[in-house]
Ligand binder design. Sequence first.
Ligand SMILES: [Ca+2]
Ligand SMILES: [Ca+2]
Ligand SMILES: [Ca+2]
Length: 396
Amino acid sequence: MKTRALLIYLATLLVVGLSQSYAAEVPDGVWVRDGYELTVAEDTIKKPRFMAFDKNGTLYVSVINEGKILACQDNDGDGRYESVMPFIEGKDPKSKLQGVQFHNGWLYFAQLNAISRAKDTNGDGKADKVEEVLGANDLPTGKPTGHRWRALMIHKGRIYTHVGDQTNATDEPINASERKKIWSFALDGSDKKLFASGIRNSEKLVIRPGTDEIWGVDHDVDMMAWGLEGKRDKKAAEGQPITDHNPPAELNHYQEGKFYGHPWIVGKMMPNLMFIDHPELIKYARMTTIPEWTMPAHCSANSLIFYKGIKIPKGHGDAFVAQKGGWNSTQKVGYCLSRILFEDGHPYGEQKMVSFLKDGKEILGRPADCVQAPDGSILFSDDMGNKVYRLKYVGK
Ligand SMILES: [Ca+2]
Ligand SMILES: [Ca+2]
Ligand SMILES: [Ca+2]
């Protein structure tokens, strides 16, 4: 008996030792703001995309390429999610399973052709009740091209969704397509209403704490001045002096009935140079609501959260933005998690929190989505490095 106990003890030591020595580390060269600690929360998921927590602290992660949503548990509360189980699986990767949100005991999830909800009714950790709330016929979809990642948000009994432009910048009458717009529905899928338009690609919508305001980040157009620059050689810095710096990525406050400029007006009321001769350019400019904040061109601001609580000093009400970094700049831009500082409901500054750009050249990660964990830390997914990171304030 004694020997057996000793063997079990030794085996446990070995397993603990091995799991510790194999625990993934933050790559050398990742920059983290002073006062914060960056650790790896999860490193077994291939291309983790969007994330949501339920009330018990289970983290759900969508994996587009595998058509799955994984349920992750941090059983000992150390910030590392050691248990990863499929909650939903078998969805077509082409359906772009992305947006997830927990609401009223259900995990809602968005695909290009559906918004559904799922529940685990027998406690085995897997969804066994899955219902389609909205199908392809109800949803704004259009051609399966372009920016196909469906945003999903539920707020005050309404489902909000958006699908981006079917091309880089589609010049068509505003009402010609249901894309480039935010729509809302009742929770049972009825009562479809147009909410806002002129939006290129806002993959996540969020509510600003203490309000009913809907906010989102919008990727703006690529190749904007290529027609003037006369070159498509993105390796030659002199080839795109305008396109490298324009147009900015946007943080928008989306309001009912408003138009946000795309594709004709970009950033803070600047004409999209592709449409400089468009007969209705000024009409569209007069209609446009400009962003509340802009971020560097081609940073690919992909997702955001508003921070709630006190675990990050003065963090309550600030936005954190996952910037994936884009292809259309000769310089590397983005590849970071940034914080947009708010006062009286409006942004006034931006700080880099984590940067995955080493020496301005080497890309060590691409933040895709961010969420606030129940313990007040921020988790963000990196779908290039196959990790979920955890950023925690540790300063005094
Ligand atoms: Ca753990
Ligand atoms: Ca189940
Ligand atoms: Ca805009």
